[in-house]
Design a protein around this ligand. Structure first.
Ligand code: 4NP
Length: 169
């Protein structure tokens, strides 16, 4: 993949468009924030990568993100209101090159569905790119208030920056 930035061409990979999936429990708070923030940063940097998000559970499928997630994103200049929740599917192992999960339960629930070793290799904790091998998690803000959502937004923003830097290597 070729990235144009500040007039400089960065070749990321020779593969077709890279595809990244973010996964959390409900796909209404953390992973849509990651999808929206990542899209925003990629657009700013003219990087052509496919981004999507999904949830382990299907309870919220078809719904927009949580109002608090939409509000905190909007406050930070990121649009997530057009994202529609969907359930993670075993087909996602085929469709995506990397699958970033938000916490250890998400990782377990994704890994048990992996059809083979190659699929398992695609899965990593989202914050392991920012803090290698730390197994740090993005906490679920569902029971929190706007302060928790702001903290999660900033954490995800830093994680997205780290992923983009990793892609450029
Ligand atoms: P998310 O947060 O996994 O970051 O989307 C949650 C959303 C909904 C629920 C739990 C977590 N829920 O139990 O409905």
């Amino acid at each position: 993949m070729t990235v144009f930035q500040n007039g400089v061409t960065h070749r990321l990979t020779s593969n077709p468009k890279m595809k990244i999936l973010f996964v959390c429990l409900g796909n209404i708070c953390r992973s849509p924030l990651a999808e929206g923030i990542m899209r925003h940063k990629l657009k700013e940097q003219s990087i052509d990568i496919e981004v999507d998000s999904a949830g382990i559970g299907g309870w919220q499928a078809g719904e927009p993100p949580d109002k608090r997630a939409i509000a905190i994103a909007s406050k930070n200049g990121v649009e997530v209101s057009n994202i529609i929740a969907r359930k993670f599917s075993v087909d996602d192992f085929e469709k995506f090159d990397k699958i970033y999960v938000m916490d250890l339960e998400n990782k377990r629930d994704v890994m048990v569905q992996a059809p083979n070793e190659n699929a398992k290799q695609k899965v990593d904790l989202f914050l392991n790119v920012l803090h290698p091998s730390s197994n740090a998690i993005v906490p679920d803000p569902w029971f929190g208030d706007s302060r928790e959502f702001e903290e999660v937004f900033q954490l995800i923003s830093k994680g997205c920056d780290a992923i983009i830097e990793e892609l450029k290597k």
